[in-house]
Design a protein around this ligand. Structure first.
Ligand code: ADE
Length: 231
């Protein structure tokens, strides 16, 4: 069971996880729980202010500590055990499948803090945040999509979520390289045939072919992954 708390100004975005596909099914099976807290509900003034102008000037707004802290505090109370608190931002550690697997193995409760605007008051990191994650070297308009990416990747590694337990094992990156190609019926499409070896039913030959394909694709498309494996 993985419990995910999320701090976000846009709770409705997380319906993409709760209402669709693998994560929806995992929630039904009680293998995943998602609880969202909106910092606006914890703002103390009549205008429900969650952001303010940056000290030192400059463009944009900065998210205030107090409403975020109160929302995190509420989720800490609801968490079934001591949660790992992760903020999403382009300044964070760029995560890989290894980070995802480590968290699933070690943590049953995670709180994701999705920032908006120019960022979050730096003092929140010192006060409340254990780790800062980035999902890649590009800038999103908020941490929500990054949190959803992380929750999706975590969920499919929770034991029992995927139909075939081995199917996560065989995925790209699990074994340090890319996946082999996949085919289904029909056998011929516009003259393109399914590779002969896959039609023969010789499982040793099929495995050999797939391993060769994984290695060749990784060499060609992501040689950096092969280097990582040796190091
Ligand atoms: N928020 C904005 N951009 C992001 C990124 N690349 N990763 C994580 N959080 C973000």
């Amino acid at each position: 069971m993985l419990w995910c708390g999320v701090v976000s100004l846009f709770p409705e975005m997380f319906a993409a996880l709760t209402d669709c596909g693998m994560s929806r099914k995992a929630i039904k099976q009680k293998l995943l729980q998602i609880e969202v807290a909106n910092p606006r509900d914890y703002a103390s003034d009549v205008h429900k202010t969650v952001d303010d102008r940056p000290y030192g000037g400059g463009p944009g707004m900065v998210m205030k500590v107090a409403p975020l802290r109160a929302a995190i505090g509420e989720l800490r109370k609801r968490a079934p055990q001591k949660p790992l608190v992760i903020a999403l931002s382009p300044q964070g550690k760029r995560i890989t499948q290894r980070d995802i697997c480590e968290v699933v193995a070690q943590q049953a409760a995670v709180i994701f803090v999705a920032g908006r605007y120019e960022g979050i008051d730096e003092r929140l990191y010192e006060l409340e945040i254990d780790q800062e994650w980035s999902i890649g070297d590009y800038v999103l308009s908020g941490g929500e999509l990054a949190a959803m990416v992380a929750i999706d990747a975590l969920t499919r590694m929770v034991p029992g979520v995927l139909g075939h337990e081995e199917s996560a094992q065989q995925d790209s990156f699990m074994c340090g390289g890319l996946d082999h190609p996949h085919y289904t019926r029909p056998e011929v499409i516009d003259g393109l045939r399914v590779p002969e070896v896959l039609l023969g039913g010789n499982h040793a030959e099929i495995e050999k072919w797939r391993t060769q394909q994984r290695l060749a694709r990784t060499k060609q498309r992501r040689p950096d992954l092969l280097k990582e494996k040796v190091e």
